[in-house]
Write a protein that binds this ligand. Structure first.
Ligand SMILES: [Zn+2]
Ligand SMILES: [Zn+2]
Length: 320
């Protein structure tokens, strides 16, 4: 089953990778074992030339992620290797996490617009959150009359939007999420810093329209609210700017091989518009590369041809 491609994954240089053995060398071993033809390693990165790093991003700067180059073994076991990054786009304030000067130090750059689990950093708090917070505050004061105002404030400061909303209401505001996904996608494509490097290094939107921090059903509901015409408009802009699409294989195909209809709908529309693609497991461990076979299923079910693959790696891919 081919093509098996994984251009999106995280070694132990990413703070969220909890597999200490995940290095370039062990990734190459695993890639060779599971038949990956093209492997790209894309650690999380916020370039310290760009303002606005969160405390989590701060240590993961360009010099840190470039250390991966020292780990590459001489024998790559027939696997074609690229070194990239997954940077960040803060749609709520149009800030991107990689400068044009540093983007070109990598073979390619993935940029997500949908890290919506980073509430208050990537996506704003939704309007009903304040209301929900007020309900929680009243309940806390009633339940803990002896606790100081300052302490109550601290509890509220530490409260996360999804938790508070779920506690008070039936669930998150999916229309708000859906609108944000469209705005942040277009905002990223039109970002001024991105314009400076997009023709010098291949750029892909990481897992487009897959809302992180939400259930698969909520994420699909958000996508289902966006009509075909709107996607065609957005994907035409993507194709015109030469920005690629990172197909997040685990979000398209479940482990039992069943497929998420809404994601395939996006694939179909993006293909129509002439967008070029890559595939990624978004693995955070060596074992995670084991799901790379899903790229072959997406290729087949999506009716894709070699021409749909991004030219940066297309020549290294062979079909059966
Ligand atoms: Zn991501
Ligand atoms: Zn990732």
């Amino acid at each position: 089953m081919k093509p098996i491609i994984d251009m999106h994954n995280h070694s132990n240089l990413s703070k969220c990778c909890h597999d200490e053995t995940a290095t370039a060398a062990t990734f190459i071993d695993k890639a060779a074992e599971v038949g990956i033809q093209v492997l790209g390693i894309s650690n999380h990165c916020w370039d310290n030339r760009m303002e606005g790093a969160s405390p989590w991003y701060k240590p993961q700067d360009v010099d840190w992620v470039l250390k991966i180059r020292d780990e590459i073994p001489a024998d790559k076991k027939g696997v074609k290797l690229f070194i990239g990054i997954e940077s960040e786009y803060r749609g709520m304030c149009d800030k991107i996490g990689i400068s044009a000067e540093n983007a070109v130090k990598f073979d390619y750059v993935l940029i997500p617009h949908s890290h919506t689990h980073m509430v208050g950093y990537v996506i704003p708090f939704d309007p009903s959150y304040k209301e929900a917070l007020g309900v929680v505050e009243r309940k806390l004061r009633a339940a803990f009359p002896e606790v100081s105002d300052r302490q109550i404030e601290r509890w509220l400061e530490n409260a996360r939007q999804p938790d508070v909303k779920l506690y008070v209401t039936q669930g998150p505001d999916i229309k708000f999420l859906s609108d944000f996904l469209c705005e942040s996608f277009v905002g990223l494509l039109n970002n001024g810093e991105l314009a400076k490097f997009k023709d010098k290094v291949p750029v892909f939107v990481a897992h487009p329209f897959i809302a992180c921090g939400y259930t698969a059903a909520e994420a699909d509901e958000a996508v289902s609210m966006i009509p075909d015409e709107k996607f065609i408009e957005m994907f035409s802009l993507m194709a015109e700017k030469g920005i690629g699409y990172d197909l997040s294989v685990g979000n398209f195909v479940r482990n039992d091989k069943t497929e998420r209809e809404q994601q395939f709908r996006l694939l179909k529309l993006a293909r129509q518009c002439g967008v070029k693609f890559t595939f990624g497991t978004d693995a955070h461990s060596v074992a995670g590369l084991g799901s790379a076979w899903k790229s072959a299923q997406i290729f087949k079910s999506g009716g894709m041809t070699l021409d749909d693959l991004h030219p940066m790696y297309r020549d290294f891919v062979t079909l059966d």
